[in-house]
Write a protein of this length. Structure first.
Length: 291
């Protein structure tokens, strides 16, 4: 089994617009804007079924390819519908592939009423059976170590909801990185019971700082978007320092494919146990924790 813990898909009526806007952001950030699906859940499901069947290229003939969806509420009004859609795309199978979903909240609040609404939505996310929440500091315009957001972390720790943070550079905010390794370190120091997952090997394009500040600490990192733009020796070094039991497999699909990340991992000097931990065992532990 390969569980891709970092996948994006959208409801049919917004998928075309969402993919178009995201591709524009990538182009403006000087990045490749190719997308490997049309952004819909159905096309994403079909891709993962093909990857698992072995009729594709690369590592697609290993085992069943499964996915965890990571929606993002980019404004407060999106929280309810975002999580309703996520709940409808959770705990199901298509062909040999299984799919699970996180939810999302908009964590930045300006008054007690808004905060109460966010905390209530976190409780609803738990009751819906979703497995955690995704936060994106660059799209949601907050710093992870802003104490105004701390009640969200406290509630997630209380509910046992992991948080997946976008970490490091993002083309939507090319001149200002909100989720830097030092800010993320403060989060896990302040909330030792929080299950924190830092995407993009802990911080896209900030990997030396990640190695110094976060590797070996109480957090997960994922491999998303790191196959082609990260040095293999550095990735191996980071995994060995951090421990494979705290590394999650992720692609950031549809922007990167799971096969290219698998192929990269298999070229590193990792043990069979390391590979199994990363490809599916760690993900299964987090998913089972949420049930």
């Amino acid at each position: 089994m390969v569980i891709d813990f970092h996948v994006h898909a959208f409801a049919d009526k917004i998928a075309e617009r969402a993919i178009g806007e995201l591709r524009k952001n990538l182009r403006e950030g000087g990045l490749d804007d190719a997308a490997y699906s049309d952004g819909t859940y159905s096309d994403t499901e079909a891709y993962f079924c093909r990857a698992g069947s072995g009729d594709g290229s690369g590592a697609g003939n290993r085992e069943n390819y499964c996915a965890v969806f990571m929606p993002i509420a980019t404004k407060p009004s999106q929280m309810t519908i975002c999580n309703n859609i996520a709940a409808g795309k959770n705990n199901y199978s298509v062909g040999g592939s299984k799919f699970w979903s996180f939810g999302s909240v908009f964590p930045k609040t300006s008054n007690p009423e808004e905060l109460d609404a966010v905390l209530a939505e976190l409780s609803r996310i738990k009751s819906l059976g979703l497995y955690g929440i995704k936060l994106h500091p660059d799209y949601q315009l907050f710093y992870p170590d802003d104490e105004n957001v701390f009640p969200v972390y406290e509630k997630c720790a209380e509910l046992g909801l992991p948080i997946m943070f976008h970490a490091g550079f993002d083309p939507i905010s090319p001149k200002l990185t909100h989720a830097t390794p030092d800010r993320l370190l403060r989060v896990i120091e302040c909330f030792p019971n929080l299950v924190a997952i830092f995407a993009h090997m802990g911080g896209e394009d900030h990997w030396d700082e990640v190695y110094d500040l976060l590797c070996g600490k109480n957090c997960f990192i994922d491999t998303s978007y790191c196959a082609e733009n990260m040095d293999s020796a550095l990735m191996e070094k980071m995994i060995k320092k951090h421990g494979s039991e705290r590394v999650l497999f992720g692609s950031d699909f549809p922007w990167k494919t799971p096969e290219i990340i698998v192929t990269k991992l298999l070229t590193l000097g990792l043990t069979e146990d390391d590979i199994s931990n990363i490809l599916y065992k760690n993900a299964l532990k987090l998913i089972n924790q949420g049930t």
